[in-house]
Design a protein around this ligand. Structure first.
Ligand SMILES: Cc1cc2nc3c(=O)[nH]c(=O)nc-3n(C[C@H](O)[C@H](O)[C@H](O)COP(=O)(O)O)c2cc1C
Length: 370
């Protein structure tokens, strides 16, 4: 494909995959796209292991990493492990009581502290933690660093460029994209409101062309609601150079998602992917469940700011409900494309299906002009 991003990375098709799962990252890169590993849910040791594994399995194809580096988070330091000091008691009680009332057993007292410490040590989302993780990643042949939740710091851009690594950032508004460009990013990712995970207020249809115009001639990836070839065609028609997808990989046979959550994804409709602050403290599109519903009830507490709400949900809620697979509390960040998921598919098949439908769409559109 004649395309600036294919040329930038030497890839066949401009399909970029965000995933927390190393198998997905390697499989997308091997299928001709570009896998990008989300590092926010792992500590340094696990990151080393994951990157070593990717290096061994990616057949020398390019891949990247994604880091959550918000400029506004306060660093809880070691306090993050003492959740009773860190979190307001009424918030802890709100979640604890809700999960107790559903009959979910508490964590075994002898293991509780260790479980929570291990879990929380794997959440890396402060600037300090993110920089430590990037240093580790720079020891590997990564070709791209993507920053979520803000413009990358100038020293990061400089460091990456010195090693011939490209830098990009997610944007939910044109003014953010312009700032990323001014910071020296090589391209931006325009994330529409339909997206899974943290997302902005503007839908892809409106956002993509606005950002493409705002930063032209810099390439833009369209994200938010992309799961098939017609979406890739639409992104190109709206001025993007390619697409960035996150949700679609969750349904793949390779994905990290536990079978019980996959079942819930397959049963969900598009409007079950709700935008809520209940999970992380920032607007995050997530599969609706009993926990997100509880925050919508009259009289419910306002979620804590990020990252405290994230720590609260992981430490008090998610760990407990996932241990016993309590169905009504199982959830995962996912976008509106969840309504299009009905069965597990191999990553390679997803990429090939996108390309097939893209080609079919292009020829259908070309025929219209004859
Ligand atoms: C399970 C999941 C976790 C995500 N976590 C992150 C993250 O850690 N960093 C990030 O930049 N984006 C994250 N995202 C958002 C994606 O980068 C991307 O913007 C989004 O998935 C695109 O929309 P789509 O879900 O409709 O494909 C996540 C998305 C999902 C589905």
């Amino acid at each position: 494909m004649k395309n600036p991003l294919c040329e930038m990375f030497g890839i066949d098709i401009p399909v970029f995959a965000f995933s927390h799962c190393r198998d997905v990252v390697a499989a997308v890169s091997k299928a001709g796209g570009m896998g990008v590993l989300g590092m926010a849910r792992m500590g340094p040791e696990r990151l080393r292991e994951e990157l070593r594994w990717i290096d061994e399995h990616v057949d020398r194809k390019p891949y990247g990493i994604d880091v959550l580096m918000p400029t506004t988070y306060s660093d809880a330091g070691d306090l993050k492990y003492d959740i009773d000091k860190l979190l307001p008691p009424e918030h802890v009680a709100f979640v604890r009581d809700m999960i107790d009332a559903a009959g979910v057993p508490p964590l075994p007292p002898a293991e509780k502290d260790e479980i929570i410490r291990t879990l929380l040590s794997e959440l890396s989302f402060t600037p300090r933690e993110s920089m430590e993780m990037i240093e580790i990643a720079l020891e590997h042949p990564i070709k791209l660093i993507v920053n979520a939740l803000g413009s990358p710091p100038p020293e990061l851009v400089e460091k990456a460029h010195a090693k011939d690594i490209r830098v990009a950032a997610l944007a939910g508004k044109a003014k953010h994209a312009i700032k990323h460009k001014e910071r020296g990013c090589d391209f931006v990712i325009a994330v529409g409101n339909e997206a899974g995970g943290h997302t902005g207020p503007i839908s892809s249809m409106v956002l993509w062309p606005n950002i493409a115009d705002a930063v032209a001639p810099m390439p833009v990836l369209g994200a938010g609601g992309v799961s098939r070839g017609r979406h890739l065609s639409a992104a190109m028609a709206l001025g993007c150079a390619g697409v960035w997808c996150g949700s679609i990989w969750l349904k793949t046979v390779e994905s990290e998602v536990m079978p019980e959550i996959k079942e819930r994804l397959f049963a969900a409709e598009a409007d079950d992917a709700v935008l809520t602050r209940a999970v992380t403290g920032k607007p995050c599109r997530t599969l609706r469940n009993a926990f997100t519903d509880a925050y919508d009830q009259p009289g419910a507490l306002e979620p804590l700011p990020a990252p405290l709400q994230n720590i609260l949900w992981w430490a008090e809620g998610r760990t407990r409900v996932e241990r016993v697979r309590k169905a009504e509390f199982l959830t995962y960040p996912v976008g509106q494309v969840v309504g299009n998921m009905s069965e597990p598919t191999a990553v390679k098949q997803v990429v090939y299906d996108i390309m097939d439908e893209f080609l079919e769409t292009q020829s259908r559109l070309a025929d219209m002009l004859e």
